[in-house]
Design a protein around this ligand. Sequence first.
Ligand code: ADP
Length: 295
Amino acid sequence: MTPGTQIKIKTEVWDDMMRTPDMQVDRSGPPARSRQGDIVFRTQDLAVRYGSVLAVRGVSMDIAANRITAIIGPSGCGKSTLIRCFNRMNDLIPSATVEGTVTYRGEDMYGPHVDPVEVRRRIGMVFQKPNPFPKSIYDNIAFGLKVNGLSDDIDDRVEMALKRAALWDEVRKDLKKSALALSGGQQQRLCIARAIAVQPDVVLMDEPCSALDPIATAKIEDLMRELQSDYTIIIVTHNMQQAARVSDMTAFLTADVREEEDTRTGVLVEYDKTEKIFTNPGDERTEAYITGRFG
Ligand code: ADP
């Protein structure tokens, strides 16, 4: 097969992925290494172990501000492990140790004077399964505000967060209703509202749509694009179409399996503009994955 033919096939895959309404995304994202001022996170030779098991190794990448960065790859390649490094969530797993460096806006995130609680205020997280508190819709947001010392103008802040999360019109008359009575998609938007209410800089999303139906998924994807002007977003997704639709940059991870040593370690294969990854990847492992031949 000639190189031209290969690219044509991949372009068709790309076009097919884009054949969904509302896909006018600005993809003029920065290169993987951009100006220092634009970089929110820089990892260098990042590795994570669970006990003695090396789960991910050698990840060096820059995450650009106000961009959506997708982390894709087959199950078990370390996507969740990697995203948890960006707000020190791995600290909460006793067996986990993080090696290498992660800087957040130029500062060592794992430095001795860094308060992980403050890190998690600035770098919010939304999980696979919507996890609202068993409280009212209002209290789900007000609680985080109070804990973070943002107790002034709570009503306004709650309203603003719900508006930003595109949920206000659906819940404005039911703010005292239990959050658990909302649909899954509404609960996930409430969790996004809760995350952004405390004015973070970054929102991490670990498979935020995998428990949702296609309509709720489309709403979250629309919301991500709207939030991108104010926040830096990193999303783990097993859904390649989703990565292609919403992200500016894509990181492809895979598991390096060494049978003789009985090890399986996640490695970053390729990190580039999303369009490049899906139309003209530089590594054959990426190509095999995005064309469905592997994973
Ligand atoms: P992915 O998100 O790509 O599916 P994960 O980051 O969840 O991958 O997992 C990467 C590897 O780390 C897997 O082998 C998994 O079993 C292991 N792992 C993940 N979380 C833990 C944990 N809390 N304790 C021990 N091993 C873990």
